[in-house]
Design a protein around this ligand. Structure first.
Ligand code: HEM
Ligand code: HEM
Length: 192
C-alpha cells in the first residue's frame, strides 16, 4: 500500500521518504560551506603566513556570510513548505532526538556567522558579501574581541560535535536500519 501525503512528499511501506530538490540544495550547499569554513577557520588561527598567502580570511568571511544568507532563505523555505515526516520510519525517541539536533543545527547556522561578523567588527573590520557591506553593529573593542573569539570557537566546536552525531545517525539509518532516509537526501537521488 502507498500513502500519498500532500505536495512533493511520498511515504510508503519500503520506508521511502523523498526530499524536494530545493531541500537538498540548501542542505548540501550549506553543509559544504560550513565544513570548508571549519577547515579555513582552524588554518586561519594556527597557520598565519599560509592564511595570508592564500587570502584565507577573505574566503572564510565571504563563505561565512553566504552561509548566513542561505540559512535565512532555507528557514523561510522550511517554514513555508511541507516536509517529509519520519513517523513510522524510525523509533519515536530517535525522531525526537533528530528534531532536537536539527533545531540546534538551524540555530548554529545563524549563530556562528553572526558571531563571526561581530568578531570581525570588534577588530575594526567591515565585513560584507561581494560589494555589499553589512551594517556596523559594534565598534572596534579588543576586550570584546577576545570574548567573541572564544564564543566563535566554542560554537564551531559545538557544531562539529552535533554534525558528527548527525552523520552517525544518517549512516545508522542506511547500514543498520536499512531505510531510505540517507539515500533520499543524497543530491543524485531521484525526486519521486
Ligand atoms: C558557518 C560559518 C563559520 C564557521 C563554521 C566558522 C568557523 C571558524 C573556526 C573553526 C575558526 C577557528 C577558531 C579557533 O580555532 O580558535 C574561526 C575563526 C575566525 N572566524 Fe569564523 N566561522 C564562520 C563564519 C565567520 C564569519 C562570517 C566571519 C566574519 C565575517 C568569521 C570570522 C572569523 C575570524 C575573524 C576568526 C579568527 C581569525 C583569527 O583571529 O586569526 N567567521 N571561524
Ligand atoms: C554542516 C553539516 C550539516 C548540517 C548543518 C546539516 C543540517 C541538517 C538539517 C538542519 C536537517 C533537517 C532537515 C532540513 O531542515 O533540511 C538535516 C537532515 C539530514 N541530513 Fe544533514 N546536515 C549536515 C551534514 C550532513 C551530512 C554530512 C550528511 C550525510 C552523511 C547528512 C545527512 C542528512 C540526512 C540523511 C538528513 C535527513 C534526515 C532527517 O530528515 O532526519 N547531513 N541535516
Amino acid at each position: 500500500m502507498t500513502i500519498q501525503a500532500p505536495e512533493q512528499i511520498t511515504i510508503n511501506k519500503e520506508n521511502s521518504v523523498s526530499y524536494p530538490a530545493s531541500a537538498k540544495f540548501f542542505h548540501w550547499a550549506i553543509a559544504l560551506i560550513i565544513l570548508l569554513n571549519l577547515i579555513t577557520g582552524v588554518i586561519l588561527v594556527n597557520f598565519y603566513s599560509l592564511s595570508k598567502q592564500l587570502n584565507l580570511f577573505i574566503i572564510h568571511e565571504q563563505c561565512g556570510v553566504t552561509v548566513l544568507m542561505l540559512a535565512i532563505l532555507r528557514l523561510i523555505w522550511r517554514l513555508s513548505h511541507k516536509y517529509p515526516s519520519l513517523d513510522g520510519l524510525i523509533a519515536k525517541h530517535e525522531i525526537l532526538l533528530a528534531k532536537f539536533g536539527h533545531l540546534l543545527l538551524y540555530a548554529l547556522m545563524f549563530a556562528i556567522p553572526i558571531c563571526g561578523i561581530l568578531l570581525s567588527q570588534s577588530s575594526g573590520k567591515h565585513p560584507g558579501l561581494l560589494w555589499f557591506q553589512l551594517p556596523t553593529l559594534i565598534e572596534r573593542d579588543l576586550d570584546l574581541r577576545e570574548q567573541l573569539f572564544n564564543l566563535h570557537k566554542y560554537l564551531a566546536i559545538l557544531i562539529t560535535t552535533i554534525v558528527a552525531g548527525h552523520v552517525i545517525a544518517a549512516l545508522k539509518h542506511h547500514f543498520i536500519d536499512k531505510n531510505q532516509i540517507l539515500t533520499h537526501m543524497l543530491p543524485w537521488s531521484k525526486n519521486k
